[in-house]
Ligand binder design. Structure first.
Ligand code: C2O
Length: 559
């Protein structure tokens, strides 16, 4: 009998005895036709599903995912938001922690879920493949621990996405060659369905509920480039968790979720039996082209045969208003309402002393480009450095001490101070480089992410791998290092792995570098990542094996 079978048997016979399990998953990356999308063009999926399979596990479980690449693209999978404590080799961003899995090859991701519970997502982390290669991660609390809110009757996963009629890899390659913004998507999707769409008879997703019951909605924004509003006609939602960290519950009629973010909210089926519209619509408060399409699905109450339901409730769908596309106040109210639970069981531990205080300007610029028709290309940058991807994985270069792949001189602040949110400076060209910022083990870090208005101000949902951070402050205009810290929330700030930096504004985050390895930080709008709006931290080993990055797994792909 294998150890796994023995564990399964033991957990069945004596559930209290075995608390953590080993969860095995097989991810076969394949080309698939899906009837959900009105297209005959095959898409890249995991196991033929769009969205891909949900990875279910419990806190403390060991997750083992064998990924086999059956498509013609190089590929990696990232477990977005998983802390990867001492398992940095399993994080997944291509050329950061590993070389890609080549066509026909496989790699086993092996990690343990420590200190987290809630909803996260997994997605391809190379080029634009994550458009269709993504799915939810559900981390249930330990068996002995209840949720810090009343147990819902059922749980439902709701994955929001973005769909191009054309092949996404062709879309991004064409744009990169031209140095121009890529074509915007053709529709937003809810659990893979674009909803009513011209010339498309796709049914759309239906959320079935029973009157009087409560449902935990696990909402994931897996879109590439669009921040989204989520609303259900006639129903308020109670937010209880964001990015796999519990929050103080608050009620809202609109959820705001940026690419890479997740939100758990409780839905009470407390309205008259009938059909209610669920809508998702994009948020954009900058003068930038985007996919302005609204998508919808339906919330449907099961008919109650004990009472007579007026028949019109079965045929009419109750509608809702759609937030204006530039509804900045709605996004601000939503983000300001998010506070960490900060209970005895789930305390908030904001570092109060800061070892590294960093100011990162984030935005776009324009660099010369010989092969581009205009002679220029759009680039993204942090502190005026456009990140250049290396040809082998940074983590390997770090572990084996291979010189010449990266430098550890990433600037602590922008090279020149200017009115970041005012008119663009005369020179908007950036430097290129594979420059990292070095942190000693367990040091505390504060980053003020300062959006710039160079070319155009824009909102940037910024994601940090390997850590959760606390969002201690945020504001419009330029960060004021004297006045703004007076208002920092060091008591119950929300804990996340992805945070929107408001258009022409700033956001301050803090975290403790307690995870040795190389950790990517980037804008989670794929268009900006592609342009170079990214950098990475090296976190050195501490003392002894418990504070060190172990050797790479034997099957780590080679470049
Ligand atoms: Cu969800 Cu580096 O990404």
């Amino acid at each position: 009998m294998t150890i796994l079978k023995l564990l399964l048997l033991l957990s069945f016979l004596f559930p209290a005895m075995v608390d953590c399990l080993v969860r095995h998953y097989n991810f076969r990356v394949v080309l698939t036709n899906t009837t959900k999308l009105c297209s005959t063009k095959p898409i890249v999926t995991v196991n033929g599903h769009f969205p891909g399979p949900t990875l279910y596990a419990r806190e403390d479980d060991n997750v083992i995912v064998r990924v086999t690449n059956h498509v013609a693209y190089n590929l990696t999978i990232h477990w977005h938001g998983i802390r990867q404590l001492q398992t940095g080799w399993a994080d997944g961003p291509a050329y950061v922690t590993q070389c890609p899995i080549q066509p026909g090859k496989n790699f086993v991701y092996n990690f343990t879920l420590t200190g987290q519970r809630g909803t996260l997502l997994w997605h391809a982390h190379i080029s634009w493949l994550r458009a269709t290669v993504h799915g939810a991660i559900v981390i249930l609390p330990k068996k002995s621990l209840p949720y810090p809110f009343p147990k819902p009757h059922r749980e439902k996963i709701i994955i929001l996405g973005e769909w191009w009629k054309a092949d996404v890899e062709a879309v991004v390659n064409q744009a990169t060659q031209a140095g121009m913004p890529p074509n915007v998507s053709d529709a937003h999707t809810i659990n893979g369905f674009p909803g009513p769409f011209p010339n498309c008879s796709s049914q759309g997703y239906t959320l079935h509920v029973k009157s009087g019951k409560t449902y935990l909605l696990r909402i994931v924004n897996a879109a590439l480039n669009d921040e989204l509003f989520f609303k259900i006609a006639g129903h308020n939602l109670t937010v209880v968790e964001a990015d796999a960290a519990y929050t103080k519950p608050f009620e809202t009629d609109t959820i705001f979720v940026s690419p890479g973010q997740t939100t758990n909210a409780i839905l009470k089926a407390n309205q008259p039996i009938g059909k209610y519209l669920i809508v998702i619509s994009p948020f954009m408060d900058a003068p930038i082209g985007f996919d302005n399409s609204t998508s919808s699905s339906t919330l449907r109450y099961k008919l109650d045969y004990n009472t007579t339901t007026p028949s019109n409730l079965e045929t009419t769908t109750i509608l809702t208003t759609i937030p204006p596309q530039n509804a900045t106040p709605i996004t601000k109210t939503f983000m300001d309402s998010l506070k960490s639970l900060n209970s005895i069981q789930y305390p908030t531990k904001v570092p109060l002393i800061v070892d590294h205080s960093l100011l990162f300007t984030i935005g776009v610029g324009l660099n010369p480009c010989d092969t581009c028709a205009s002679g220029f290309k759009l680039v993204g940058n942090i502190n005026n450095v456009s990140f250049v991807m290396p040809s082998i994985a940074l983590l390997e270069a770090h572990y084996h001490n291979i010189k010449g792949i990266f430098t550890d001189d990433f600037p602590v602040k922008p090279p020149v101070a200017f009115n970041y949110t005012g008119t663009s400076p005369a020179n908007i060209q950036t430097m290129n480089g594979t420059r990292l910022y070095r942190l000693s083990y367990n040091s505390s870090v504060q980053i003020v992410l300062q959006g710039t208005a160079v070319i155009a101000p824009e909102s940037h949902p910024t994601h940090l791998h390997g850590f959760n951070f606390y969002v201690i402050g945020s504001g419009l205009g330029n960060f004021d290092p004297v006045e703004d810290p007076k208002w920092f929330n060091l008591v119950d700030p929300v804990e996340r792995n992805t945070i929107g930096v408001p258009t022409a504004g700033w956001t301050a985050i803090r975290f403790r570098a307690d995870n040795p390895g190389i950790w990517f930080l980037h804008c989670h709008l794929e268009v900006h990542t592609t342009w170079g709006l990214k950098m990475a931290f090296i976190v050195d080993n501490g003392f002894g094996p418990n504070e060190s990055l172990p050797p790479p797994p034997n099957d780590l792909p080679q470049c």
